[in-house]
Design a protein around this ligand. Structure first.
Ligand code: LLP
Length: 415
């Protein structure tokens, strides 16, 4: 399914020309395709047909309520990392009984909130977190369902900032320590051991790290079960990459088949936490060229989106394809595509061949994941609007912020 296609020389989102969306909602605006989101979820889910499983969409990739609601209606569970994300999932109509709570710094208040909501499982990342959870659950007269997130020490072969499964990362419990911690968990009166969890990183483009991690996790499962502790579900985390440029990430079906083959006849429920793979290529960032500046050594296309809207290029030197929404009309030149923020790191793309003039629209692709959710108000820039296209209709799923909203919580001293 191609959500964004050129028709008659103009890029469309499903049935709608992007210029219409810009005229109605202004720019910068995130544009998502409902059909692309739906197709991505269904395809991912279908890979595991015939296996007891739960796809827990990783909310951090894009936490807009409309997107959460769409996935909830398709049967998704959710992977959350904060009380804020829990509140969002519930506000969007998600089922708390299908939530896994990841993250290494859960506060007592967040634990209470999640226990109250009745989530499916806490993915516990350390011994002190386990003790705290036991205490908090005890105070509430409840038992907390727990998986330990184990760190299998495999190289995910991705950007170091988004690699999480190596020994020197802050995440999870080392495999060597996990057995003892499982025994401790089983002995605690307000903890129910229910599963095991691992997540080794994001934007993985090869299957082998997933499978290496699984080998180590399954060896641990054998050890834990031999000690009389039953593992009911296996959470394999997220991490499947998408194509930004010329990457060839595994197809969902190959990923699912390889995992199922590794599991053989084991009977536990499978949980997965995909984020980027479900939303990344279902969204783009629409922006307007404000100025063209022809320097001595470089040409700059200065646009109205910036690093505060899409942080990935500045933070990871990430590549996002950029193209003009309408073909023709100007000579092609090589541009640095930059925003107006006062930092040299505020770029959206280097050395891009574009045939553009001021006032033209640009589309920045693959921006559905970790785009809006990582945006900020740096330089007192209101965050972008978000629009979901459904066939020939565009729905505003988040209004553009206004400047007074940005400082509404601030107070001037009175003396
Ligand atoms: N589960 C856990 C425990 C995670 O930490 C993450 C992502 C996911 C699932 C979802 O991973 P995905 O399927 O999206 O790869 N901001 C970075 C990505 C950070 C990922 C953090 N954890 C980026 O823009 O590339």
């Amino acid at each position: 399914m191609t959500a964004f296609e050129f028709r008659n020389g103009e890029l469309h989102a499903e049935e709608l020309p992007l210029s219409q969306i810009a005229a109605r909602f202004s720019t910068p605006t995130y544009v998502y395709s409902r059909a692309a989101l739906t197709t991505a979820f269904r395809n991912f889910d279908a890979g595991f047909n015939g296996t007891d499983h739960l796809v827990c969409y990783s909310v951090k990739a894009n936490s807009n309520l409309a997107i959460l609601n769409l996935f909830a209606r398709l049967g998704a569970g959710f992977d959350i990392v904060s009380g804020g994300e829990l509140a969002r999932v519930i506000a969007a109509g998600g089922d708390p009984g299908k939530i896994v709570f990841s993250g290494l710094g859960k506060t007592a208040a967040e634990m209470q909130q999640a226990l109250q909501a009745g989530i499916f499982c806490f993915n516990v990342e350390s011994a002190p977190e386990l003790e705290r959870l036991n205490r908090v659950a005890g105070e509430m007269g409840k038992r907390a369902p727990v998986s330990l997130r184990v760190n299998p020490d495999v190289d995910a072969k991705t950007h170091p900032y988004i690699s999480t499964g190596l020994k020197n990362n802050k995440f999870g419990v080392a495999c060597e320590d996990a057995f003892v911690l499982y025994q401790r968990a089983a002995a605690l009166s307000h903890i129910d051991v229910c599963g095991i969890d691992c997540h080794i990183g994001s934007q993985l483009t090869e299957l082998s790290p997933f499978l290496d991690a699984l080998d180590r996790v399954l060896a641990l499962v054998d050890q834990v079960e031999a000690a009389g502790i039953t593992i009911h579900h296996l959470d394999i985390g997220g991490g499947i990459g998408i194509r930004y440029a010329d990457e060839t990430p595994p197809e969902f079906t190959d990923y699912a088949a390889a995992i199922r083959a590794k599991l053989g006849n084991r009977k536990f429920k499978l949980v997965m936490e995909p984020g980027r793979a479900l939303v990344g290529n279902a969204g783009l960032l629409l922006t307007t060229v404000e100025y063209l500046k022809h320097g001595e050594t470089r040409n700059f296309a200065i646009v109205d989106a910036a690093m505060n809207d899409l942080m990935r290029p500045a933070l990871y030197d990430a590549f996002h394809e950029i193209c003009a929404v309408k073909n023709g009309g100007a000579n092609e030149q090589i541009y640095e595509v930059v925003g107006p923020v006062c930092e040299s790191g505020d770029f959206l793309g280097h050395d891009r061949p574009l045939a553009i003039q001021p006032g033209d629209l640009l589309a920045i692709f693959s921006a559905g994941a970790y785009g809006m959710s990582m945006s900020s108000n740096y330089n007192t820039r209101p965050r972008a609007a978000e629009v979901m296209v459904d066939g020939g209709n565009a729905h505003e799923i988040r209004a553009r912020e206004t400047v007074p909203q940005l400082y509404s919580g601030e107070k001037i001293l009175t003396d």
